[in-house]
Design a protein around this ligand. Structure first.
Ligand SMILES: [Zn+2]
Length: 172
C-alpha cells in the first residue's frame, strides 16, 4: 500500500435514494476513541453486534451511521474517500474494529480505498485489522451500463453476460 492521494468517489446509486439525505441523518464524525465510545454507548447491544454503515468523508475522518442507513445519507450527500460497513468489538480498554468492508452499492469504491479507511482509524486512535476483512469487487458494464459485484473472480456481467474489465471502473 502506498500513501498516494486517495481517489474521490461520487455517488452512483439510485437517484431516488438521494432523498434520504437530511442533516439529521448524516453520520457521526469519529475524531477519537472517545467519540467512538460515546457514539457506541448510545446503541443497544443487538445493534453493536452487527456492522454499521460508514464513510470516510473528504476531510479524511470516519462518519458512522446506523446499520441500514444509506451511505449517501451518512455522507450528507457528498463525495467520499471510502464507504462500506464496519463492526466493533470491545478490546482492552476501548472499542476496536474487527470487521470492515468496502460494501457500498451507493459509491462502489475500489479496494485501494482501504488507505483512506486505515488512515482515518489511525488518526482517531482506533485499532483495526489493517485491511478490508471482506473485499467487494465492483465493476461497471460497458455494454449495459449496470454496476455489479464480481464474485469468485468471475468477471462477467450478471445482467447481460458481457466481459467486465479487470481494473476498477465503477465511478460516475
Ligand atoms: Zn452488462
Amino acid at each position: 500500500m502506498n500513501d498516494g492521494p486517495s481517489r474521490v468517489y461520487g455517488y452512483v446509486g439510485p437517484p431516488e435514494l438521494r432523498s434520504t439525505v437530511r442533516p439529521d441523518r448524516a453520520g457521526r464524525t469519529i475524531r477519537s476513541a472517545a467519540d467512538l465510545d460515546t457514539w457506541l454507548s448510545g446503541r443497544g447491544a443487538a445493534e453493536i453486534s452487527e456492522p454499521f454503515t460508514f464513510v470516510v468523508a473528504l476531510d479524511g475522518l470516519v462518519r458512522l451511521a446506523p446499520r441500514r442507513s444509506e451511505h449517501v445519507a451518512c455522507a450528507g450527500g457528498a463525495d467520499v474517500l471510502a464507504a462500506g460497513e464496519m463492526g466493533f468489538v470491545p478490546a482492552a480498554d476501548r472499542w476496536a474494529v474487527d470487521e470492515v468492508t468496502n460494501h457500498s452499492t451507493g459509491y462502489c469504491p475500489n479496494l485501494d480505498s482501504w488507505q483512506a479507511v486505515g488512515r482515518a482509524l489511525d488518526l482517531a486512535g482506533v485499532e483495526h485489522p489493517g485491511r478490508f476483512t471482506h473485499e467487494v469487487v465492483f465493476r461497471l458494464c460497458d455494454a449495459c451500463g449496470e454496476r455489479s459485484i464480481v464474485r469468485e473472480q468471475d468477471f462477467v456481467c450478471v445482467f447481460c453476460g458481457n466481459a467486465l474489465p479487470r481494473t476498477w471502473n465503477a465511478g460516475p
